[in-house]
Each structure stands twice: as structure tokens, then as C-alpha cells.
Design a protein around this ligand. Sequence first.
Ligand code: PRP
Ligand code: MG
Length: 212
Amino acid sequence: MSKLKIAVQKSGRLHDDSMKILKDVGISIDNGKDQLKASARNFPLEVFYLRNGDIPQYLRDGVVDVAIIGENVLVEKGKDISIVEKLGFSTCKVSVAVPKSTKYSTIKDLEGKRIATSYPNTVNGFLQSNNVNAELHIINGSVEIAPNIGLADAIVDIVSSGSTLFKNNLKEVEVLLKSEAVLAVSPNISEDKQQVLEKLQFRIKSVLKGRQ
Ligand code: PRP
Ligand code: MG
């Protein structure tokens, strides 16, 4: 039977829960996450540890067949990729935040402002649908520091517990989207791998049911 190639986040907020769900469906994986690839001992599965942002392209190219990934990443750069299962963990929001001292009442208050974000497509879609023009500054991490160093008037980033916003004296003023971990599938998955995926999905569904 061909091995299904699955991408999981190499490190970061999805990694541990992704490995846990594989374990909970009875799949045991040989190596730790220091290696970029590992095989399952008792299921036709190969695990690839990848950077979040790279996963949509790997799915498109068929380098991997499926992935456990945050919905927010697909909204940003994988609109063409289908979700086959919502996994219920790693829930977060993608939100606009501004300094606590900023007066904010409507989206129009963002007009002409500088917004720092790692999610430019998501932000542009949001601004366009609200007829607001703003200047984007794309940064890859620690976005919440931007207003404090005078780089931006607002940010758009992931909010989970809210503690990063709090520590940086920011307040959430708009929620662009809500996200959770999902199982996403390559548009180019082969017929035989599709069958392995169905087996995996069947197991995942029963684990998720048990978690409710
Ligand atoms: C993520 C995200 C937010 C924060 C949200 O950053 O970019 O900054 O977590 O979580 P919270 O609401 O629970 O504080 P992360 O720490 O992963 O680092 P990065 O931004 O440098 O990638
Ligand atoms: Mg961050």
C-alpha cells in the first residue's frame, strides 16, 4: 500500500496537538521532530515536519498529500486547497489590534493608517471589502512590537490567549477570522493515497467524537 505523506508543523503552536492526534488514532511514529521526515510503524504514513507557511505550496505541488494546518494559513495562501476535516484544536483568531490609548470606533478609523502584519492577503481582503485604504508593513514575527517602536499604528496577527496583546499594551478591535487546525488535502492526491486518507479520516472522526 502506498504511504500517505502528511505535513505537520515542525515547531510552533500546532506541533504538539498535531502529533497527539496522530498518536490518539493509534499511529506510532518512529523519530522525534529533529528529523524532517519520519515513518509510522503501524500505518502507511510518512510524516514531514515543515514550516507552516510552506505547507500550502507543498500540497499544491503534491510533495505531500495531506497536512495538519491552521485554517488561517489556508485563508492567507491556500484558498485553492480543500479542507476535509476540522480538527477542533489550536483555535485562534486573526485580529486587528491597536495601542490601548488609541481611540477606535469603526473600521474607517484604519483609513490611511500603517498596519503591520504577517498576513498581507488576509488584511488586503478585509480592507478592500470594507473600502478602507491603509499601508501594509509585512513582518514575519513579533508583529505586536511594531506599534511600540513606531513602525505601525495597528497590527493584524493571531490572537490565542490574548497575552501577547496584553503584554504589548494593545487591544483587539476587529476579528477578521476564526481559525482552528484542519486536515487539508492536496488537489493532486492519487487514487490509492485517497484510500489511505479515508482510513485515516475514519479514525480521526472517531477520536474527535470521543473528545466531545
Ligand atoms: C503567535 C502569534 C501571536 C501570539 C498569539 O506568536 O503571532 O503573536 O502567538 O498568542 P497569544 O494570544 O496566546 O499570546 P508566536 O509566539 O508563535 O511567535 P511569532 O509571532 O514570532 O511567530
Ligand atoms: Mg507572534
